[in-house]
Ligand binder design. Structure first.
Ligand SMILES: C[S@@+](CC[C@H](N)C(=O)[O-])C[C@H]1O[C@@H](n2cnc3c(N)ncnc32)[C@H](O)[C@@H]1O
Length: 267
């Protein structure tokens, strides 16, 4: 099969589409990556060029979604940036032990962040008083998050006591994997949502994780996404970004910084 090369002018169009649809800025260095991730779709449809694939996604919405799925970066792991889960345990759970605690994992990927929070919350709060929503633009990761089945090596990051309480070792066809215990499932919902939108239908939250996604956005998009997300935060609720990210250059008068990467909505 002859190799099909992604031409510069075609790459520029992919850059524009992913920016418009997901707000993601793909630098010029990503051209080879885009070529390798999308080549299988070009072959799947037996097309002769990326230009043909570009024409296809203009008229085929599911394939446009597939393209977005292939161009997002979904790296995640359990209890990533442990400081944030300590904050959840020491502050958020205590403050919300008498009302219903609603948590949003706003760029959930395959669900490790949502399930990490769920394990801690479920250990302290009765099931009828908490719920977690995980959302992502990528429909494939959302499908995986709903299943909650992970490679066994991912379990290392989960504290031992929670591991034995909430993780089930896979057998037979699931050998080498572990499954999140079904007791948590009724309290956790996963669905697709685009952070470029206001997402009013999701309701209000006491805690929002927006971690390791702002890095893909330019300043203007960051501002829009952060504004949209803060709209979903209760006054007094907490907003957490990654330790490697910041809100510098953004206008966020509704937020007060509590500690590195942790903010509270004050108005
Ligand atoms: C690197 S993962 C972060 C996962 C998790 N928050 C963590 O910190 O481990 C970034 C996720 O953001 C999602 N994403 C990117 N752009 C998005 C958008 N516009 N709306 C919603 N999700 C988006 C990607 O699909 C990806 O799963």
């Amino acid at each position: 099969m002859a190799t099909i090369i992604l031409q510069n002018n075609e790459f520029v169009i992919f850059q524009k589409i992913i920016f418009k649809e997901a707000g993601i800025t793909l630098s010029d260095k990503k051209k080879i990556l885009v070529q390798s991730r999308l080549l299988k779709r070009v072959h799947f449809y037996k097309l002769n060029s990326f230009a043909d694939y570009l024409r296809l996604i203009q008229i085929n919405k599911p394939e446009l979604n597939e393209m977005i799925n292939l161009l997002t970066t979904n790296e995640t792991y359990f209890f990533r940036e442990i400081e944030h889960f300590e904050f959840l345990q020491k502050v958020v759970i205590l403050e919300n032990s008498h009302n219903k605690l609603r948590v949003w994992s706003a760029a959930a990927s395959v669900g490790a962040e949502a399930y990490s929070a769920a394990m801690l919350i479920d250990s302290k709060i009765p099931k009828n008083r908490w719920e977690i929503l995980g959302t992502d633009i990528n429909s494939e990761v959302i499908k995986k998050a709903r299943i909650g089945l992970y490679p066994e090596k991912w379990i290392d990051k989960i504290p031992k006591v929670l591991r034995s309480k909430y993780c089930l070792k896979g057998r037979g066809q699931h050998e080498g994997k572990f499954l999140i215990d079904r007791v948590l499932i009724p309290n956790i919902t996963f669905q697709t949502a685009n952070l470029l939108e206001n997402n009013k239908n999701l309701g209000q939250f006491n805690l929002i994780f927006l971690r390791n996604v702002l890095i893909y956005f330019d300043i203007e998009t960051k501002q829009k996404v952060v504004d949209n997300v803060i709209n979903r935060l209760e006054i007094g609720g907490y907003f957490i970004i990654s330790l490697t990210e910041n809100l510098n250059m953004l206008n966020t008068p509704r937020l007060k910084q509590i500690q590195t990467s942790v903010y509270q909505r004050v108005s």
